[in-house]
Design a protein around this ligand. Structure first.
Ligand code: ADP
Ligand code: ASP
Ligand code: MG
Length: 422
């Protein structure tokens, strides 16, 4: 008998028929003798709908007070899901109980809309499991020290599931979604994308951090820190497929770097359209200038991603960096009102219509020429590279957003990702 955590995403929970299917699948696992904890997301579209209602009434800008209420509202999507799923499980003849995040409790810090999990008290859940119940826990939400409801950031149900699996030392965490695993890139953009049977933890971490929405980055971090066996698989297979076959399907996030994985130089392509670029033109090129620019940005709690500083000409340089698109207006206002004048910048420029496309692979460590192959493929499509950032296992470029799909397809082809590595 194993302790298994299943997570079902929004599309998998998208209608009462689909919820019934989820219940049948979970019932199959429970009847095979496993202790089951199930973490569903809100029904598809529901979180957007709820946040949309809030935005209709909200004043412009963002504040902790507003964010607290956004979490209050958004968390209800998952509350509905757990109740519905528990009812569907009961209809399958199982003993099932649902909990919100605060009922568990799943404790977080107070950073509304992007809270971090601090601890999980699993005693209530364990008692239920011991009594033979299936426990359904709302994804995406928790509670802070003062009993305020928090949420974990978009896509956060992945993180709830992995964190619960980690806290309970579950034997496996299965992330059921609307694709049958992790692909070389988003199969919605490149139909030739290939499913990976395994992906190394490091590569999955890079893919998630570079914008692949298949798993929320924090869920991958938790899996790595606590060595949670993690698999991504489809909720759209017939619910009654053989359980052993199902247990081996999809993509396993692997913690061992075996030889087979090292053969692929590039394993996947990630993209992110949520960024925006800002540039300070003609700032004096002197010690401390980067700090003078980025210090106030960091103080305003704005995360900075790619940074580029040009060579200096006549003692002046141009300085560009990217931020999340949600922070674009705030960043521009900050640069125009204070940072620009303080650093004697000649001009402040911004471009919210950029995207970042990245190639990822642990094989890049031991191969040269990978980045140049990337640049050639982009140049053959006439795509201009605005910024470049590299690390041991990835190369990212910032380009005009309108070329994003073209770039992803061209790179997928150039690195022959549709083919199985020899
Ligand atoms: P869920 O609601 O189940 O959490 P998400 O929409 O958050 O589902 O994530 C699944 C989606 O991630 C897929 O439908 C797919 O379009 C997208 N995706 C992005 N990159 C990849 C990738 N490399 N492999 C598979 N799916 C990907
Ligand atoms: N329902 C939340 C969202 O849409 C959390 C999740 O789906 O993982 O972001
Ligand atoms: Mg998701």
């Amino acid at each position: 008998m194993a302790l298994i955590v299943h997570k079902y995403g929004g599309t998998s929970m998208g209608s009462t028929d689909r919820i019934r299917n989820v219940a049948k699948r979970v019932a199959k696992w429970a009847r095979a003798g496993h202790q089951m904890v199930v973490v569903p997301s809100a029904m598809s579209g529901e979180t957007n709908r709820l946040l949309g209602l809030a935005k209709e009434l909200a004043p412009a800008g963002s504040s902790p007070e507003l964010n607290r209420e956004l979490d209050m509202i958004a968390s209800t999507g998952e509350q509905v899901s757990v109740g519905l799923l528990a009812i569907a499980l009961q209809a399958e003849g199982l003993d099932a109980v649902s909990y919100t995040g605060w009922q568990v409790p799943l404790n977080t810090d107070s950073s509304y809309t992007k809270a971090r999990i601090e601890s999980i008290d699993d005693s209530r859940v364990r008692a239920d499991l011991a009594a033979g119940k299936v426990v359904v826990i709302a994804g995406f939400q928790g509670v802070d020290d003062e009993m305020n409801i928090t949420t974990l950031g978009r896509g956060g149900s992945d993180t709830s599931a992995v964190a619960i699996a980690a806290a309970m030392k579950a034997d496996e965490c299965l992330i059921y979604t609307d694709v049958d695993g992790v692909y070389t890139t988003d199969p919605r953009i490149v139909p030739e994308a290939r499913r990976l049977q395994t992906i190394s933890f490091e590569e999955m971490l890079e893919m998630a951090s570079l914008g692949s929405k298949i798993l929320q980055i924090r869920s991958v971090e938790f899996a790595g820190k606590y060595r949670v066996p993690l698999r991504v698989l489809s909720s759209f297979t017939p619910w009654d497929i053989d359980i052993n076959e199902e247990a081996k399907s999809g993509t396993l996030i692997s913690f061992e770097e075996d030889e087979k994985m090292e053969q692929a130089v590039v394993s996947g392509i990630a993209f992110n359209r949520d960024e925006a670029k800002v540039t300070l033109l003609g700032v004096p090129d002197k010690p401390g200038i980067a700090f003078q620019i980025l210090g106030p940005v960091a103080e305003a709690n704005i995360d900075i991603d790619v940074i580029i500083q040009n060579v200096s000409q006549d003692g002046k340089t141009d300085f560009s960096f990217t931020v999340h698109r949600n922070d674009y207006a705030r960043t521009m206002a900050l640069l125009e009102s204070t940072v620009g004048p303080a650093t004697q910048a000649a001009k402040v420029q911004g471009d919210p219509k950029i995207c970042k496309v990245s190639i990822v692979g642990i094989g890049m460590r031991s191969h040269v020429g990978v980045a140049s192959k990337m640049f050639r493929a982009l140049s053959e499509e006439g795509i201009n590279i605005q910024m470049i950032s590299t690390s041991e296992i990835k190369t990212s470029v910032v380009i005009d957003e309108k070329y994003m799909e073209l770039a992803v397809r061209a790179l997928h082809k150039a690195f022959e990702l549709e083919k199985n590595p020899e």
